[in-house]
Design a protein around this ligand. Sequence first.
Ligand code: XMP
Length: 317
Amino acid sequence: DWTSDTFIDATVSDLKKKIGTDKVVMGLSGGVDSSVAATLIHRAIGDQLTCVFVDNGLLRKNEFEEVLDSYKHMGLNVIGVDAKQRFYDALAGLTDPEAKRKAIGRVFIEVFDDEAHKIDGVKWLGQGTIYPDVIESVSVKGPSATIKSHHNVGGLPDFMKLSVVEPLNTLFKDEVREVGRALEIPETIIGRHPFPGPGLAIRILGDITEEKVKTLQEVDYIFIKGLKDHGLYDQVWQAGAILLPIQSVGVMGDERTYERVVALRAVGSVDGMTADWIHLPYEFLGKMSNEIINRVKGVNRVVYDISSKPPATIEWE
Ligand code: XMP
């Protein structure tokens, strides 16, 4: 029967055989999958693995610094790249969700490629692909493949000429978490909600500006911290906030305001293929709404998304 320990032993010895004395490069996202995959590869080949963690300017508040720090504590040989401006430049004026995803995917590949070229004689590309990703990208007729292009699945362009190593491609998410815990990866990484590769760009409907990213980061921070402080974070599969492309009328003191609207979303799911909206307590939602409106400049209305997947999707874009 499957246990995380037998999986780890077998995988580490396979990786050693397969990779030998070659060098591997791998992009980290801060998520569970890439972190567990990198840790397994690092167990097998140590510092023959170089990891690249890119700040695309679309991460959660403080996420880049905190996650980079955790990676260093875990002993990974990781290069942090600040590419915020490259992503903002590429996104300027784009409003179509797929155009945004494509721009982000393209810039990520450029940035990653720049870093990979600095590593002498690298032969392999490590990836955190898990079993459901394999299924989704194979079934071309499946909804996700046609409705949304998941840029981090399907790998990098041919010109990189790297062989791919994907130690998790037979596992489901809960098994990846089990393996991660057995590898003693910090709970802050293992228990983390999934987060899309294009990040906050697909939660800012319409065009992306740095100012909108900052606003959404503040809203998201209050919501996620609230979930943690109220013991709700672990009961939710994925949560986040969406910045809507509309303004609404409000009143502050004697003044009429005309400001932004944000939506909060929290879903339960097993694998992201289907999802139910979570019945968060009204008291909690009320508290979040007050905190967000009082503390985040430019937001005067908060709504809660009560749609399940299908027919809605988890993300709004
Ligand atoms: P949807 O919105 O399709 O999302 O119900 C299902 C899961 O996939 C994540 N998602 C993405 N992940 N690149 C990613 O890496 C993407 O372009 C992307 N789009 C959606 C989403 O956050 C949810 O966990």
